[in-house]
Ligand binder design. Structure first.
Ligand SMILES: C[S@@+](CC[C@H](N)C(=O)[O-])C[C@H]1O[C@@H](n2cnc3c(N)ncnc32)[C@H](O)[C@@H]1O
Length: 213
């Protein structure tokens, strides 16, 4: 997936509204601590939190995504530090985050990167930190086709010819992936019907998780 091109083509590829899970549960977060948005895209989630008064650090490999976030933050005078980087390369320094957003990233990573992501989050969280996650499950309507037509690269993980990856979790699998946290919210089901730009209508089978260290 070429996110630079996709973000150039469509101003709000994932919509302007924040992830519904974030809108419902962000009040759990401690406003005195910064939040790290991992794979921030065009910023719909980090900008929402910044408008609510949070200090946010956004990391995103797409230069076009980072430019969109920085422009909006500067225009609105919001506290957002946007870094063009990956979670693999990011070093938080002495920053102690109260929350981590992992929206729509897990399904785009191969299994070994998901393991690395979780180990990084484990090393960046402290007592009381929250982690918000959404990912795709095998109930997704695209799963039967993708699992048949794309190359299998790991457990329920597939790559197409362009290198786009889809990794699907089994129902409730997400609950066993993060150890040492209290589960605050867990839900699995179908997300809202939506379109990306002029694309066809889509509805994903999703898992939502909010955990606290
Ligand atoms: C499906 S989009 C979701 C964007 C945003 N979280 C949202 O909900 O609107 C996934 C994003 O993860 C980013 N991404 C992919 N690999 C990444 C990595 N290794 N580290 C950080 N972000 C990554 C992509 O560039 C893309 O913007």
């Amino acid at each position: 997936m070429d996110y630079n091109q996709a973000y150039r083509d469509i101003e709000h590829l994932f919509g302007v509204e924040p992830e519904p899970l974030l809108k419902r549960c962000y009040m759990e977060l401690d406003m005195t601590k910064p939040v790290l948005d991992i794979g921030a895209g065009q910023g719909r989630n980090c900008l929402f939190l910044a408008r609510e008064g949070f200090d946010v650090v956004a990391i995103e490999p797409s230069a076009v995504g980072i430019e969109a976030i920085s422009t909006s933050a500067a225009k609105e005078g919001l506290s957002v530090q946007a870094h063009q980087t990956t979670f693999e390369a990011f070093r938080p320094g002495s920053c102690q985050f109260g929350g981590f957003l992992v929206f729509g990233l897990i399904q785009e990573l191969p299994r070994e990167s998901i393991e690395l992501l979780i180990s990084r989050i484990n090393s960046w969280t402290m007592a009381g930190s929250f982690v918000f996650v959404t990912c795709f499950t095998t109930d997704d309507s695209a799963y039967p086709r993708i699992s048949k037509e794309w190359k299998n690269i790991g457990k329920r993980s597939f790559a197409d010819e362009d290198g786009t990856i889809r990794t699907y979790l089994e129902p409730k699998e997400i609950l066993g992936m993060f150890g040492g946290y209290k589960v605050i919210h867990h839900w699995e089901g179908f997300g809202p019907m939506h379109r990306h730009g002029d694309g066809p209508p889509e509805q994903h089978a999703k898992a939502e998780l909010v955990i606290q260290r």
